[in-house]
Design a protein around this ligand. Structure first.
Ligand code: NAP
Length: 546
């Protein structure tokens, strides 16, 4: 442990802390590290049985990064960067879980992390200027600063199918994947959902199962990941290039190594355009989404032309033209929903034991004891996999009863859409900081990069409060209203706002999530960072400190 980290020791019996952090994922782990540096007593509560958040829970077959591994790891410690070797350009889940455990042990963080501890409620006590935090088993704690690091995709949701509990075979949501290995050999398997998760599962298990039926409601525009192992030579290059790479990541809108091409789609000749798109299709990772022409995500015509390019690729790769047409999205353009990255995904549908059911043509009626009944009859299964996504961004907050000044709940406060200041605070909720909260740049970002920014900012605010004898800080209503309006305005011209997906807060499996919301700050991470820094430099403008 570095010398600077002199943290008060706490024991299992301690119930009052300077700070409580909810969640031991990438955000919670780093937040603990920074608060320890400040010399504060901290307890992190984690629902799971281990650390890692997303990378603890999502242990489904094929789970791996869509961001380049070396851009994803923590940047705060040069020694950590030096000693950790990623094995693949896009690392698989077990390696990331191992990495996060390594970080926790390397910085001696585990002793302040309490697993199997789900926070059920948090209530602000105005007289004491403390938060009362209660776990779902009734254990109660107090703290001065409460920091949520609950993740944007941690409230998993199942379809509201009749009979879902009746199925007698094995069934799992991908987020709740069991720790034991699942034997797929000879099994009749159903996968429901074709988002980034479904795609990873489908392409991975297809060769292992007896038969596979994919239930797709909305096709997505999937593009090749082009993952490879990292050679020794590449490893040395990556490490030597870390300072320059992290500097680049600070400058790109989503903190990826890919940057938007400044040209417009129609400013180049058709031949040049086609050659450019062919090159992007052959490149690894998100360059096809992030480094495309500048207008592909904002101009309908440009977007339609590029979507047609990807449609052609799907038609080339899927042998049965009817299946190919089903796999080509018809209701939304490329990149207006999260782009799943694939490895041989489309070729799966050329296998004789794989079937695609379009649930808009053939709706699911109910789950039975032995399978899934659709409008055209019952299909029998041994295993049903629900890759049906999350109550994104807001869901993990809603699952905690957070009560601020006068008993106002965060859920009520955000009932008509989130209201925040910098995506990090809400008026009426003093001393509460929401790492990766709604209206924050981090939900549209190579997430650890934006998490580090969020955590650094939150920690600097807490340090400032400590140094200035400030016991209470809160966003003003005006600052919250201005920021919320600014976030809405930034998103206004973007095509994604016209499409249903978790990015716009739509989830048919959750009551009330049928109105599109602006959940992310769309101005880009550099502009977001500048705004946050300016607020701090102005003595925390827009906040009441007392
Ligand atoms: P998702 O993108 O929300 O996809 C859920 C899928 O389930 C969709 O195809 C959805 O259909 C379907 N579905 C949900 N309810 C249904 C119902 N009642 N009937 C039929 N189909 C239903 O969720 P996800 O795939 O778990 O991905 C969520 C996000 O996690 C991704 O966008 C990505 O940001 C992140 N992720 C990242 C990685 C990575 O970095 N490597 C990997 C996986 C996921 P509709 O589209 O019609 O709603």
């Amino acid at each position: 442990m570095p010398d600077t980290m002199v943290a008060p020791s706490t024991s299992a019996e301690t119930t009052t802390f300077d700070a409580i952090v909810i969640g031991a994922g990438i955000g919670g782990i780093y937040q603990l590290y920074r608060l320890r540096e400040l010399g504060l007593s901290v307890r992190v509560f984690e629902t799971g049985g281990g650390v890692g958040g997303t990378w603890y829970w999502n242990r489904y077959p094929g789970a791996r990064f869509d961001s380049e591994s070396y851009t994803y790891g923590y940047a705060f410690s040069k020694d950590l960067l030096k000693e950790w070797n990623w094995s693949e350009h896009f690392a698989p889940q077990p390696e990331t879980e191992q990495y996060l455990n390594h970080v926790v042990d390397r910085f001696d963080l585990r002793r302040d992390i309490q697993c199997h501890s789900r926070v059920a409620s948090a209530a602000w006590d105005e007289a004491a200027r403390m938060w009362d935090v209660v776990l779902d088993d009734g254990r109660a704690y107090r703290c001065r600063f409460l920091i949520t690091a609950v993740g944007p995709l941690s409230a998993d949701t199942l379809p509201r199918f009749e009979g879902i509990g009746d199925f007698r075979g094995q069934s799992f949501h991908t987020y709740r994947w069991p720790h034991e290995a699942i034997d797929f050999a000879g099994k009749r398997v159903a996968v429901i959902g074709t988002g980034a998760t479904g795609v990873q599962v489908i392409q991975t298990i297809a060769p292992l199962v007896g038969s596979l039926t994919v239930f797709q409601r909305t096709a997505n525009w999937c593009t090749p990941l082009h993952n490879k192992r990292i050679t020794e030579e590449e490893q040395a290059k990556i490490k030597a290039g870390y300072p320059a790479m992290f500097e680049l990541l600070r400058q790109t809108p989503g903190c990826y190594i890919h940057n938007t091409d400044p040209r417009g789609t129609f400013e180049v000749s058709p031949e040049e355009r086609e050659a450019f798109w062919e090159r992007l299709y052959a490149e690894p990772g998100f360059s096809i989404w992030m480094a495309n022409f500048r207008d592909v995500l904002t101009d309908l015509k440009a977007n339609a032309l590029f979507s047609e390019f990807v449609a052609r690729k799907i038609r080339e790769r899927v042998k049965d033209p009817t299946v190919a047409e089903r796999l080509i999205p018809k209701g939304h353009g490329f990149g207006t929903r999260r782009v799943p990255q694939e490895t041989g995904y489309y070729e799966v549908y050329n296998l004789p034991h794989v079937r695609l059911v379009d649930t808009r043509e053939t709706p699911i009626v109910r789950v039975t004891e032995t399978g899934i009944e659709c409008s055209d009859g019952v299909r029998e299964f041994d295993i049903i996999i629900y890759a049906t996504g999350f109550d994104a961004v807001l869901g993990s907050f809603d699952r905690i009863d957070v009560r601020g000044v006068g008993g106002l709940t965060l859920k009520e406060h955000w009932a008509d859409g989130p209201k925040t200041y910098l995506g990090l605070m809400s008026a009426g909720f003093p001393n509460l900081l929401t790492i990766v909260g709604p209206h924050n740049a981090s939900t549209r970002c190579n997430i650890p990069r934006c998490i580090e920014q969020n955590v650094d900012w939150a920690s600097d605010l807490i340090r400032y409060a400590e140094e200035h004898g400030i016991r209470r800080f809160e966003s003003t209503q005006e600052a919250e209203a201005d920021w919320s309006r600014h976030v809405e305005e930034l998103a206004a011209g973007m095509l994604y706002t016209q499409v249903d997906s978790w990015l716009t807060g739509i989830n048919t499996n959750v009551e009330g999530r049928n109105v599109r919301r602006v959940l992310q700050y769309q101005g880009g991470a550099p502009q977001y960072r500048e705004r946050c820094d300016a607020v701090a430099a102005a003595g925390y403008e827009g906040m009441v400190l007392g």
